[in-house]
Design a binder for this molecule. Structure first.
Ligand SMILES: [Zn+2]
Length: 61
């Protein structure tokens, strides 16, 4: 049997950039290397993208 809940709480996710909680229906997501990143808006997506393209550490030859 399936229990029906009176109140359906929207599932929430945390924005991977600003760590704000957002309903999953309002969140956008992007598939990263081995995880899915949720973000609340284009500003956060841009920030994340910048971080991705940045070299993690400078290599010294
Ligand atoms: Zn955000």
């Amino acid at each position: 049997m399936i229990d029906q809940k009176n109140i359906i709480e929207p599932e929430k996710v945390t924005c991977g950039v600003c760590f704000k909680e957002i309903p999953i229906s309002e969140a956008s997501s992007v598939k990263a290397t081995d995880y899915i990143l949720y973000y609340c808006g284009l500003d956060c997506y841009d920030q994340w993208k910048k971080q991705q393209s940045k070299p993690e550490s400078e290599k010294r030859d």
